[in-house]
Design a protein around this ligand. Structure first.
Ligand SMILES: Nc1ncnc2c1ncn2[C@@H]1O[C@H](COP(=O)(O)OP(=O)(O)OP(=O)(O)O)[C@@H](O)[C@H]1O
Length: 796
């Protein structure tokens, strides 16, 4: 804690803070309901004023005299308030005040958008003034309607503008209001007018036709026929202009809203051009309305003030930036040329690209030289260049040249700061951007974890795996809000990821019953993985109901308020599962972890769960076929043998790396050599401190509850060993007809383990059915009578 404090004082300058009026939920309830009631009372008082206002005039001056009562339905206060608002204030327009106060109460209660409320107040006050002046205009007839303000303002305006001027000014005020508030245009009026005109003419026509069709029985038949004929012919003639279809020439005239295009006066013909706007479903309409009223759903709202870590928290290295050692370059070039010449390989040109740790020499061999010949001489060339970690790429994909990578004598550190600060990272629009480091041509390399969709990291000990993991996590922390991504961290070594404990309530996800968010116990990993599988199934269900194919589409739809939270929909954060020391896990838990990992790897990509697994031991029994098949994106740090390299990358190369963050990255096709960004423990500590010191969610992101199989083993529970709360628990479960441990936890206020044990005992007693994965257990007792019968039989 002390540390946190010093940190914040260091970074923030003293500044005077404006006092914040943030209401608690209870305060909101009190204030909201007070305002609503006040609004209703005002309304009642105002209505009453029109019946009792005259009688109450005399009682107003006697406000403090208890003996004098008012006729207003709210008695003295009602009389006084309505007199104040209606007589002395704005007249009938004061009713709008009552509405506004009621509306404010509703906004406070539902925690509505403040700027929306402010807008309502602003426009309503304007319309109140306008109405008041309008009625003030007719004050001679109805003097109460405009109130004193309306009357006085009218008198003032009429002195300067006269009656006509005032009337026109009022009309102009109305136009301004409609134009700005309702975005009305001249066309809107025109369309409205035409629509009304059409309605009237249709009605007239209908009535006329009907009238004409009523033929008096005693009339001459031929005359009737004539009448009817003329009546019809008339109708047809009249309807003709409307039905005439005129070819439309101008494309611009076709607007999505129905529009009437006037023809030349002489033709006296009207044509209605109607383009059918895309029909919106009811839910779309509702969503549009909600978005209009409240704006798009903002998942970051709960931590609105959250600040992303600044670049200053990352260290700046002196030795950054490539220094060109001309001598070294020349020397290496000569050696390469000489060595190749020794093997009778001629070179037509050679080019060097200097990277942070290695320099790439690109060679174009003379015509007729076989590439395989150069590839075969790899070891000989390496020997004559007497350098470790030479890698020959023959040919460089897409270039037709041969590459020889030679480590630099003095490598430079690629700092996390430089890659995070790069334009490429800062401007990336990826879902889960990761700044891995810099390529051989010194370009920052940024990839999207969401596209990978899972990452396998392997390398011998001490070659930069943990730094790599930290770089991945740091990248995400710099780019993603706590609402957008959650980490599930598995760290059997117990030391690598502990720093991330500080951001538990911001970024971590955990099982409901676990105390520590970072999982260090291998047994608990199995539960977490299975819980993630449940989360995956749940998310698929949500996606299916929302008719979305992936999490991105789903979240867009949710933000546009097209998905109803009452149907279980919610904004879904990405979940990144990081497993360090995967080999260790496989050794201790074997199939039990491999199965859920494989399931997640196969299916979780669409619903935003991504896996990063890291291992020191890249042997085939750890990185099995099924794992490999589902992890197309792989990072290999230096390994000791070609076999290990093959296991990770399906090819050699990782054995020729030079360590210290030098790595090969593949996403299934080409292999890219990257110098991993270096982020040191103190830097990670500063970042997690910075984030940890900010306001957090009440708890870590809770994963679905998973009842492990081990709890289902002790089914033969002795009746005498039953929990004292057994009967209560049974009654709760049977009454609710829902067999879930979390229900017991809530109702009986128990810990997860005890609730889990109770469920087992209930299963053993035949009250609930067996474990069914993500679903609640079936309740086998239909009602309390059946339950009591069962329990009584047991004891007798
Ligand atoms: N990207 C890098 N740039 C510079 N130096 C690095 C880089 N990555 C790692 N190193 C150096 O290598 C050392 C070991 O790295 P790291 O702890 O990441 O290895 P590891 O593979 O996780 O080892 P282990 O498997 O034993 O945990 C670091 O202390 C650091 O000095």
């Amino acid at each position: 804690m002390a540390k946190k404090k010093t940190n914040t004082t260091k970074t923030t300058k003293p500044k005077v803070k404006a006092p914040r009026f943030k209401l608690s939920n209870q305060q909101k309830l009190v204030l909201g309901s007070f305002l609503m009631i006040a609004g209703v009372l005002l309304f009642i008082a105002f209505v009453s004023y029109f019946f009792t206002g005259n009688n109450d005039q005399s009682t107003l001056s006697e406000f403090t005299n208890k003996a004098v009562e008012s006729d207003n339905w709210l008695n003295k206060l009602g009389a006084w308030v309505s007199d104040f608002f209606i007589y002395r204030g704005f007249g009938v327009a004061s009713f709008i005040f009552a509405g506004l106060i009621l509306l404010s109460g509703v906004f406070v209660l539902i925690n509505g958008n403040k700027s929306k409320l402010f807008k309502h107040w602003f426009w309503s006050v304007l319309i109140i003034i306008w109405i008041s002046i309008l009625f003030g205009f007719f004050s001679e007839k109805w003097n109460v309607l405009g109130g004193t303000i309306g009357f006085e303002m009218n008198a003032y305006l009429q002195v300067y503008l006269g009656k006509i001027g005032t009337a026109l000014l009022l009309f102009f005020g109305l136009i301004i209001y409609l134009a700005i508030r309702f975005r009305m245009t001249f066309d809107t009026f025109k369309n409205m007018f035409s629509a009304v005109k059409k309605d009237i003419s249709d009605n007239l026509k209908d009535s006329k036709t009907n009238d004409d069709l009523i033929v008096p029985l005693d009339n001459d038949l031929s005359a009737e026929a004539e009448d009817i004929k003329s009546a019809f012919s008339l109708t047809i003639e009249e309807s003709k202009p409307e039905e005439t279809i005129i070819p439309v020439q101008k494309k611009e005239e076709l607007k999505p809203t129905p529009k009437i295009v006037e023809q030349d006066e002489e033709q006296d013909m009207q044509m209605e051009v109607e383009t059918v706007a895309e029909e919106l479903s009811e839910t779309d309409n509702l969503a549009n309305k909600l978005v209009e009223d409240f704006g798009q759903f903002d998942p970051t709202l709960e931590l609105k003030k959250y600040q992303f870590p600044s670049l200053d928290l990352l260290k700046k290295y002196e030795s950054e930036g490539i220094t060109i050692n001309q001598e070294e370059l020349e020397e290496n070039k000569n050696r390469i040329v000489d060595t190749l010449n020794n093997y009778k390989i001629g070179i037509s040109s050679i080019k060097a690209t200097i990277g942070p740790t290695v320099t790439l020499y690109e060679i174009i061999p003379e015509a007729g030289v076989r590439i395989s010949k150069i590839k075969n001489l790899e070891d000989d060339i390496a020997l004559s260049l007497s350098a470790l970690g030479i890698r020959i790429i023959a040919p460089i994909p897409g270039k037709g040249t041969i590459g020889i990578e030679v480590p630099n004598k003095n490598s430079t550190i690629v700092s996390m700061r430089s890659v995070i600060a790069s334009q490429k990272f800062q401007k990336s629009e990826m879902f889960l951007p990761i700044a891995l480091g810099k390529t051989i041509s010194n370009e920052t390399y940024v990839v999207d974890l969401a596209k990978m969709p899972h990452l396998l990291m392997a390398g011998a000990t001490g070659q930069g795996k943990s730094v790599g993991l930290n770089a991945v996590l740091t990248s995400l922390l710099y780019k993603k809000h706590p609402a957008e991504v959650k980490f599930v961290l598995v760290d059997p070594k117990k030391v690598e990821l502990t720093l991330f404990n500080k951001i538990e309530r911001h970024y971590l996800a955990k099982l409901p019953d676990s105390e520590e968010a970072i999982i260090t116990d291998n047994k608990k990993v199995i539960n977490t993985l299975n819980s993630l599988c449940i989360e995956m199934d749940n998310r698929y269900e949500l996606l299916k109901n929302a008719l979305c194919r992936n999490i991105a589409e789903y979240n867009v739809k949710f933000k546009a308020r097209k998905l109803n939270p009452n149907d279980g929909h919610q904004f879904l954060p990405y979940i990144v599962l990081v497993v360090d020391e995967f080999a260790d896990l496989i050794m201790t838990a074997g199939k039990e972890v491999e199965t859920p990992i494989a399931r997640l790897a196969q299916l979780a990509r669409a619903i935003g769960i991504h896996l990063i697994i890291a291992t020191q031991r890249p042997s085939v029994n750890v990185i099995t076929g099924i794992i490999k098949a589902n992890f197309p994106a792989r990072i290999a740090f230096r390994v000791t043998s070609k076999i290990d390299s093959r296991t990770i990358l399906d090819g050699s190369g990782a054995d020729q790396l030079i360590g210290r963050g030098d790595m090969l990255f593949t996403q299934g096709n080409e292999m890219i050599r990257i110098q991993c960004a270096f982020v040191d423990t103190p830097e990670v500590e500063r970042i997690t401190d910075f984030i940890g010191s900010q306001k957090a969610y009440p708890d870590a992101y809770l994963l679905p509850e998973y009842v492990g199989e081990e709890s289902g083993t002790s089914l033969d529970v002795d009746i005498s060993d039953r929990d004292v709360l057994f009967r209560d628990a049974a009654e709760i479960i049977v009454t609710a007809q829902q067999g879930s441990a979390s229900l017991l936890q809530r109702k009986l206020k128990l810990g997860y383990n005890r609730a889990g044990r109770l469920i087992d005992q209930l299963e053993a007693a035949g009250i609930v059915g067996g474990f069914e994965g993500s679903k609640a257990r079936q309740v086998l007792m239909p009602d309390l009578t059946a339950l009591n019968q069962l329990l009584d039989n047991e004891t007798s």
